[in-house]
Design a protein around this ligand. Structure first.
Ligand SMILES: Nc1nc2c(ncn2[C@@H]2O[C@H](COP(=O)(O)OP(=O)(O)O)[C@@H](O)[C@H]2O)c(=O)[nH]1
Ligand SMILES: [Mg+2]
Length: 362
C-alpha cells in the first residue's frame, strides 16, 4: 500500500486532488486541519491505493512539493490558484499515519463490541459476551453465542458445522491430515492409529512427507510398533502399490508435509497424491497457539486443497482458544478431533457443541 498526503486550503479541494491523482479506488486514511509556514489554514488528506501505480506513468503531482509546509506549497499557491497536492515521502509521517489508523480501527472495534454488548437482552448474556471476548472470540460471534453460553448450553450448534462421528469399524475411513509444520499432524495420526489399533481396528499409515529429512521416520516407527502397513508416497506412480498395501485396512491415516502460508508448487504436487484417495476426509490441523491471522491464511487454502474437516491441536498450549470459533465459523469446515497434550494415545478429544462450551468455560 502506498500512502500519499494531499494538501489544500480547503478540505474539498484536497479531496478533489485525491480523486484526481489516485482515482475512485483511493482509501482515505486520515484528514487533518493544520497551518502552513505562513499561518494559513491547510487541510491534509492521507490517502492510499492498494496497488502501486505504474512507475512509468507521468505523475500529475510530480511538480508538487514533498511537504505541505515547504516553500513549494507556497510557490504552488502563487503559480496556480487551484488546490495544491503534496506528496510526502517521509517515514515519520507514514508511521504517524499508520499509528493514527491503528488507533482509529481499534476504536471502531471497541465501539462495535460495545454496540453488540448493549443490544443483548439481559445482564447474564452481557456477562457471557464479556467472557467469550476475554477468550478471544470475535465480538460478532460472541454476540451470536452469548445466549447459549449464558445458559450453560452447548454453543454453536447452528453457527458451526460439526462432523458426523467417525467409526472405522462400521465404515472404512481415510483421513488425510494437512496443516502447518509443527501443528501436530503426525502426533494426531499416531494418537488415532494407536487408539483404534487398541480397539482392534486394522490401521494403515501412509505419508506424503517424503522430501523433508526425517519427515517420515517417526511415522514409520509408529507403524512398526503397531504392526501396521506403512508406505511413503512420493509420486502418483507410488499410488497403486500403496493402495494395494492398505487395501484391507479399516482406517487409513495419511500424514503430510507442513503447509506454507501460501499455496506452493510442492503442495499442489502433494494434492495430486491426495486425489488418489477418492473417499478421504481431508482434515486441516490448526494448533491453538497459532497466530490467528496465520490460521486464517492457511484456511484460505482449504478450498483449493479440498479440505472438508477441521481439527485443533495443542489446546493445552493456549489460554485464548476463542480463535477456534473465529476460524471455524467462517471456514464452514466440519469440526472433528482435538488434542491437548503429547500422550499417545491419550489427550485426544472430539469437538462438539458441548466440548466447545467446556473449553471456553475453563
Ligand atoms: N503440548 C502439546 N504438544 C503437541 C500436541 N500435539 C503435538 N505436539 C507436539 O508438537 C510438536 C510437533 O508435533 P508433530 O506431530 O511432529 O507436528 P507436525 O509437523 O504437524 O507433524 C511435537 O513436539 C509434538 O510432541 C498437543 O496437542 N499438545
Ligand atoms: Mg509431521
Amino acid at each position: 500500500m502506498r500512502v500519499r498526503i494531499f494538501s489544500a486550503p480547503r478540505l474539498h479541494e484536497a479531496m478533489a486532488l485525491v480523486s484526481r491523482e489516485l482515482g475512485p479506488e483511493a482509501v482515505i486514511l486520515d484528514r487533518k486541519k493544520s497551518e502552513d509556514a505562513t499561518g494559513k489554514v491547510i487541510w491534509q488528506v492521507h490517502a492510499a491505493l492498494d496497488a502501486t501505480p505504474d512507475a512509468q506513468a507521468p505523475s500529475k503531482a510530480s511538480n508538487l512539493a514533498p511537504h505541505p509546509n515547504s516553500p513549494l506549497v507556497e510557490g504552488y499557491g502563487r503559480r496556480d490558484h487551484a488546490a495544491a497536492a503534496t506528496v510526502a515521502g517521509s517515514s515519520e509521517m507514514l508511521q504517524s499515519s499508520m499509528a493514527r489508523l491503528e488507533r482509529l480501527v481499534s476504536g471502531m472495534e471497541r465501539y462495535e463490541a460495545n454496540q453488540l454488548r448493549l443490544a443483548l437482552p439481559d445482564q447474564l448474556q452481557r456477562e457471557a459476551f464479556d467472557r467469550l471476548l476475554a477468550k478471544g472470540v470475535a465480538p460478532g460471534f460472541a454476540a451470536e453465542l452469548a445466549a447459549d453460553f449464558a445458559a450453560g448450553a452447548p454453543i454453536g450448534r447452528e453457527q458451526m458445522r460439526w462432523s458426523e462421528s467417525m467409526d472405522p469399524t462400521k465404515q472404512r475411513t481415510t483421513l488425510i491430515l494437512v496443516g502447518p509444520s509443527g501443528a501436530g499432524k503426525t502426533t494426531l495420526a499416531a494418537k488415532l492409529a494407536t487408539h483404534y489399533s487398541l480397539k482392534g481396528v486394522r490401521v494403515a499409515l501412509l505419508t506424503t512427507d517424503a522430501e523433508r529429512m526425517g519427515g517420515s521416520d517417526l511415522f514409520r516407527s509408529y507403524a512398526e510398533v503397531l504392526g501396521a502397513p506403512f508406505a511413503v508416497l512420493r509420486a502418483v506412480e507410488d499410488l497403486p502399490r500403496a493402495m494395494a498395501q492398505v487395501a484391507s485396512a479399516q482406517l487409513v491415516l495419511v500424514d503430510t508435509a507442513g503447509l506454507a502460508p501460501r499455496l506452493t508448487a510442492a503442495t499442489r504436487q502433494a494434492r495430486q497424491l491426495w486425489n488418489g484417495f477418492t473417499d478421504a476426509a481431508r482434515v486441516m490441523v490448526l494448533p491453538a497457539n497459532l497466530d490467528e491471522a496465520d490460521g486464517e491464511a492457511l484456511l484460505a487454502q482449504a478450498k483449493a486443497l479440498g479440505v472438508s474437516h477441521l481439527a485443533f491441536s495443542k489446546l493445552d498450549e493456549s489460554g485464548r482458544c476463542g480463535k477456534m470459533i473465529n476460524w471455524a465459523i467462517p471456514s464452514r469446515l466440519k469440526l472433528c478431533y482435538c488434542t491437548f497434550g503429547t500422550d499417545i494415545p491419550g489427550q485426544l478429544g472430539w469437538l462438539s457443541p458441548k466440548s466447545m462450551t467446556t473449553l471456553l468455560s475453563k
